[in-house]
Design a protein around this ligand. Sequence first.
Ligand code: 16G
Ligand code: MG
Length: 565
Amino acid sequence: MPIDVRLIKEAFAKHPKLDVKYTYGTAGFRTKANVLDSVIFTVGLLAVLRSQKHDGKYIGAMITASHNPAEDNGVKLVEPRGEMLAQSWEGYATELANAATAEELARILEDVVAKEGIDTSKNANVIVGRDTRPSGEALVVALTDGVKALGGNIEDYGLMTTPQLHYLNRCLNTRGQPDAYGEPSEEGYYKKLSDAFTRIVIGKSNQSILYIDGANGIGAPTLQKLAKYIPKESLSLEVVNDNVGDPKKLNLQAGADYVKVGQKKPEGFDLKPGMRCASLDGDADRIVFWYADKSGTFKLLDGDKIATLAAEFIMRLVRSAEIPDIRVGVVQTAYANGASTAYVKNTLNIPVTFTPTGVKHLHHAAEEFDVGVYFEANGHGTVLFSDKAIKAFHSAKIPTPGMDLALKGAPEKKAIETLRALTDLINQTVGDALSDMLMVEAILVSENQSFEEWDKAYTDLPSRLEKVKVSNRHDFVAIKADTELSKPDGLQAKISQQVAKFKHGRSFVRPSGTEDVVRIYAEADTQENADLLANIICGLVYDYHGGVGERPAAFRKVNAEGNLV
Ligand code: 16G
Ligand code: MG
């Protein structure tokens, strides 16, 4: 069936393209909400084709700008099994979003149809969800117009977290099948998580209150709903920064990104030694934990700490359940603290794979393991279980309480039951702050561990994250999983020369995928040295590779020989 250009024209007239260049990046389209209407409309069109390509399976569209300020918004598409949109389609999304006329739009659509061999007579199904941003409602209308212009069906699920949308999409697409993922409803999500959590912690003593910074976003009310499904004696939660009524408050001096980047507590907390806290981001797909030590110093337990906690726990369970041939692996990015990598490799003896930044890369690398633990240092991540692992956990024989077995089999039984519950508890589609929160809590309860004890596994190397605004960040090309630059010419050699001067020195530069800057990361033996190394590299980038705006005073200058001046 050819594309009905007349319908496209009519719909496009309602969502005219502005004079802006758009790119479907690491996390979909993300920019100021007031320039997004036409873009979201074209995403609706693309979602229809993607669904038809998948024989009418549901495609998810999430309208969110995550940890960005309240005035931003964005959209990302979700594949039938809950993964991020296939990378090969990101280019189509960009092309469609930049089409200036209805004719051009129709031509690009026809090209995609031809190239992908799409049967446009098939049904198409799209679901949409959004975070609490006020701009979201109108953007759902734009998306709906796009879906309808190509004759697709759309179901609006309203407010939800990003991982809930991923969950729903997979549930809808696997309904009634042997691999059914769960009940496709908000309640189904709460029940699945709370039930799995309760199975692990039942009979164990719970921990002190967990205070959660909801970033004044959708995570806050969602968490309050989830909490109702969990028995109080298993987990006591207190949600802080839950003001979703005041849109300006979203992510304002709160949330996982604020806490991780600034290495400090968010607004709204009177942090006392011994308090256990965590921060979600604006769409609740990231979480970091934090506390104050005995002297009251703020301590962060980031994605790396979550990954090591989970990998170690699961590996121990697999051993104690005596399940053979299960390959546990950890996937990290260059932002992972060097001390965490060393701990995983050398102390836990678990292999580590590195990928470029961005969930889609980590997710696919984690699928290579039977138990693939992936977390970005920023707190986005999950644990994936292969079909083989799930089958092995379910076919493992639970020792029955016989005379001898009662003693010998008890830990083994608990290990098998816990592994089974973890496969339900941990969101298999994408990093999920609420699911991750319950996973961490289940581990700490099982191990009877405090945050301080968890933190003791290894000590982070001091690090510094900076950004530099340059005239063209696309001049910077990162290679080797973001650890080196192939362009601009000569810069990598200069970086390596500086890094070599520092004990435990490490530094890399990469163009951001979400902001018009290049990011600089540095690590060294002391905080002073990490700061110095970062400022030297920032200076190199700014002075020799197109720094724009006022030169920050902290940036250091090196001469042609690489010596500080
Ligand atoms: C996005 C990515 C996140 C990544 C971050 C890097 C997803 C869902 N999110 O938020 O994984 O860490 O971008 O941002 O993929 P940057 O490129 O600006 O440093
Ligand atoms: Mg997010």
